[in-house]
Design a protein around this ligand. Structure first.
Ligand code: FES
Length: 251
C-alpha cells in the first residue's frame, strides 16, 4: 500500500476571506520528493487554487522559500523524508506581508537591496578608459568578496531574523551582506556612499548577533559575519574621526 503523509498549508485569499486558515492535504510519501514536489502535486491533482512561487527547482532562483514547520527553508531543497511520518506545516516566510496563500510581498526586500547601491561605484574621474581594458583582479582579491556574492535573494535570512520580524525598518542580513560584497571588491570605491545606509540607525547596529540568518542560509553566505565585519570597520571609522581633533593622523 502506498505510504501517505499530511501537508498543512496556510491559505489566505483576501478577495474571498478576511482571516487566514489552514488546509490539510493527504499526499503520497515518496522518498525522493521535496516539499515543493508535494505542493506541486496538490496544485496539479487536488486543489488548483493554492498559490505559491517557484521557478528553477534546483536551489538557484531563490523563489520557493517558505516556513516549513516554523523554519525558513527552500522548499525545492527540503525533502519530505526529513519529516515523514509526521505532518508538515507550510506557511509563507515570516516577517513579510502575505499577498495570497504562500506568496509574500517582496517590495520591502527589493527596496532594501536597491538602497545599498549594489553595483561597482568608481569615484568621479577615476573610471578607466574603455581602451585600457578591464580591471584586473587577483584570485585573492576575488576571494575577499566571493562568499557574499553567492546570495540568491531567497529572503530566508529575513524570515529567520528576530530583529526584522519585529521591526521591518531593519536593513537586514541579505542587503548588508550584499553591501559587503561590493565594499570588499577591489574595483569598488563606493563604501562611503553605502555607509549612509549600513551605519544608519536601521543598519548594522540593530543586529543583535543571534546568527540565525547564517544558520538558515542555503548558500553559506554568512550574513551575520558580514554584519559583524561592518560593525568593526564602522567602529574603526568612528575612532579615526574621534582622534582627528587631537592631531592624530587619519590613514
Ligand atoms: Fe528555485 Fe527553489 S525553485 S530555489
Amino acid at each position: 500500500m502506498e505510504k501517505t503523509m499530511k501537508l498543512e498549508i496556510f491559505r489566505y485569499r483576501p478577495d474571498q476571506e478576511n482571516q487566514p486558515t489552514f488546509q490539510t492535504y493527504d499526499i503520497p510519501f515518496k522518498r525522493d520528493w521535496v516539499i515543493l514536489d508535494a505542493i506541486n502535486y496538490i496544485k496539479d491533482q487536488i486543489d488548483g487554487t493554492v498559490s505559491y512561487r517557484w521557478s528553477c527547482r534546483m536551489g538557484v532562483c531563490g523563489s520557493c522559500g517558505m516556513m516549513v514547520n516554523g523554519v525558513p527553508k527552500l522548499t525545492c531543497a527540503t525533502f519530505l523524508k526529513e519529516y515523514y511520518p509526521d505532518k508538515v506545516k507550510v506557511e509563507p516566510l515570516a516577517g513579510f506581508p502575505v499577498q495570497r496563500d504562500l506568496v509574500i510581498v517582496m517590495d520591502d526586500f527589493i527596496n532594501k537591496l536597491k538602497s545599498i547601491k549594489p553595483w561597482i561605484i568608481r569615484m568621479e574621474g577615476e573610471e578607466k578608459p574603455i581602451e585600457e581594458g578591464e580591471y584586473i583582479q587577483t584570485p585573492a582579491e576575488l576571494a575577499e568578496y566571493k562568499q557574499y556574492s553567492m546570495c540568491i535573494n531567497c529572503m530566508l535570512c529575513y524570515a529567520a531574523c528576530p530583529v526584522y520580524v519585529l521591526d521591518t525598518t531593519f536593513v537586514g542580513p541579505a542587503a548588508i551582506a550584499l553591501a559587503q560584497r561590493y565594499n570588499f571588491d577591489s574595483r569598488d570605491q563606493g563604501r562611503d556612499e553605502r555607509q549612509e545606509i549600513i551605519a544608519s540607525h536601521e543598519g548594522i547596529w540593530e543586529c543583535t548577533f543571534v546568527g540565525e540568518c547564517s544558520m538558515v542560509c542555503p548558500k553559506a553566505v554568512d550574513p551575520a559575519g558580514a554584519i559583524q565585519r561592518a560593525k568593526v570597520s564602522s567602529t574603526v571609522d568612528w575612532y579615526k574621526e574621534m582622534l582627528l581633533p587631537w592631531g592624530r593622523k587619519k590613514k
